[in-house]
Design a protein around this ligand. Structure first.
Ligand code: UD1
Ligand code: CA
Length: 461
């Protein structure tokens, strides 16, 4: 058994530059709040305690993050990062090590954090630093002649020599909890911002002969924080690019890796092809050989092998069987389940509908709360009238039925196996199997009828 691991996530700051009513860490990256990305990385380390320091935005943050296993430390007012960590101290497991993260730095890899924790467990202070082309605004890492880290100086407190340093503090560090609490007690706010700087503990540590071991991320993106909408958008594009690269590495064809958005989890079989501007949300599973056309939105759907989804489809909480053909312009709403080889064509909306093998609903239809059997043909413009203004009712269409165009099925109603409905039927009673049922006003022709003419045309000279 190793000693306890505490993780403190700082999230009390104002986020002024976001110009938002929403606490900054609740803004989403790839559809998930920033703080949830940080928590996901934290969870990978299997900590004993996670404590989030919150303040600005009040209870909205704890209310939004529904995690009974984490503790919340209120920091009010916000007097700096050192003061923030002080608020977390009463919530920490004694002994062991503490890792400090920022709630607005979403992409740090668990591997990087694990390395920091390992160093801290060996008794040193692990500090994540990075070289930056433009270090403006960041705390600078001051090293001695031997190249050892001596202290951190904040940008606003730095002299011109220090400002020239391009190695910056990411803010992420790990150290023994016992040492952390002792040094926090000695922080003062005698600096340019009159804040309690967490970074001052580095100077205290080295003056007591403690070792500070700097670690570096795999790339700058791992430590990029979000302070503005611009940075948010930049990080989003960066992250999406990264997800696209990973998909291609796994054998997925992307028409353009820069025009793909994954906001959740996308799992693909072999030889999947995805055209431009598709959005995948929640859990999406695409089977072998699936083709997704341009401009589709798929949320929580399972797509069987060999399915073709043509452009401009919107699919939500649906299951699609093998070799089905969907769209263009189809909308599958929650509860839709299509068996193998079903065809759903353009301007068709399905909701809570189960459709059997090889049935076709190809044009301009609404089929909701319906059970459709095998090899059924639903003609253009067919509508299930499932709602009577108060309750929803089911329509049942049995195997091999043929529904003529422009038919309304007033539920609850059943179309028997092999039945045919004439075009334009308003079906209010069950249609028996194997027979033709239709409701239709008789066609007539009025002999001698003349088309009216405009009054103005009647004026004579
Ligand atoms: C801090 C570091 C700086 C580092 C930079 C990296 C200090 C003194 N400085 O600077 O060395 O280069 O991060 O981005 O630590 N927060 C609180 N309570 C507070 C103040 C901040 O919870 O009272 C939180 C913020 O919500 C944020 C994080 O701490 O998540 C960092 O705060 P920020 O104001 O961005 O830090 P800087 O002063 O820019
Ligand atoms: Ca910052």
């Amino acid at each position: 058994m190793s000693s306890p691991l505490n993780i403190v996530i700082l999230a009390a700051g104002k986020g002024t530059r976001m110009k938002s009513d929403l606490p900054k860490v609740l803004h989403t990256l790839a559809g998930t709040p920033l703080v949830e990305h940080v928590l996901a990385a934290a969870d990978q380390l299997e900590p004993d305690r996670i404590c989030i320091v919150y303040g600005h935005g009040g209870e909205r943050l704890p209310a939004a993050v529904k995690r009974p296993d984490i503790t919340w430390a209120l920091q009010e007012p916000q007097l700096g990062t050192g003061h923030a960590v002080q608020q977390a101290v009463p919530h920490l497991a004694e002994g062991g090590v503490t890792l400090i993260l920022y709630g607005d730095v979403p992409l740090t890899r668990p591997e990087t954090l694990g390395q920091l924790v390992m160093i801290a467990r060996e008794g040193a202070i692990a500090l994540l630093t990075v070289q930056m082309a433009n270090p403006t605004g960041y705390g600078r890492i001051v090293r001695n002649a031997q190249g050892q880290v001596v202290r951190i100086v904040e940008h606003k407190d730095a002299g011109s020599e220090e400002l020239a340093i391009d190695e910056v503090n990411t803010g992420i560090l790990a150290l023994e909890t016992r040492k952390l609490t002792a040094w926090l007690d000695r922080l003062t706010n005698a600096n340019a911002q009159a804040e309690y700087y967490l970074t001052d503990i580095i100077g205290m540590a080295t003056s007591e002969g403690e070792r500070v071991i700097p670690c570096h991320p795999a790339g700058e993106w791992e430590v990029l924080g979000v302070n503005s909408r611009h940075q948010m958008a930049e990080l989003e594009r960066y992250y999406q690019r990264h997800l696209a690269e990973a998909l291609m590495t796994r054998g997925v064809s992307l028409a353009d890796p820069a025009r793909l958005d994954i906001r959740g989890h996308l799992e693909c079989g072999r030889d999947v092809h995805i055209d431009i501007n598709c959005i995948f949300e929640g859990q999406v599973l695409l089977g072998d050989g699936v083709k997704v056309g341009a401009h589709c939105v798929l949320r929580d759907v399972e797509v069987g092998p060999g399915v073709e989804i043509k452009p401009f489809c919107h699919l939500e909480s649906a299951r699609i069987g093998a070799r089905a053909v969907i769209g263009p312009y189809a909308r599958l709403r929650p509860g839709t389940a299509l068996d193998d080889e079903v065809h759903v064509g353009n301007f068709v909306e399905l909701k809570n509908a189960q459709v059997g093998f090889n049935s076709k609903i190809n044009h301009l239809s609404y089929v909701g709360d319906a059970t459709v059997g095998r090899k059924v043909n639903v003609g253009a413009g067919t509508i299930t009238c499932n709602y009577d203004g108060a309750n929803k009712h089911r329509t049942i269409i049995e195997d091999e039925a043929f529904i003529g165009s422009d038919t309304q099925l007033v539920a609850p109603v059943t179309v028997g196996r092999g039945a045919t409905l004439g075009a334009g039927t308003t079906l209010t009673k069950d249609a028996p199997a194997d027979q033709l049922t239709l409701s239709r006003a008789k066609q007539m022709t009025v002999p001698g009828w003349k088309r009216p003419t405009k009054n103005s045309d009647k004026v004579t000279k």
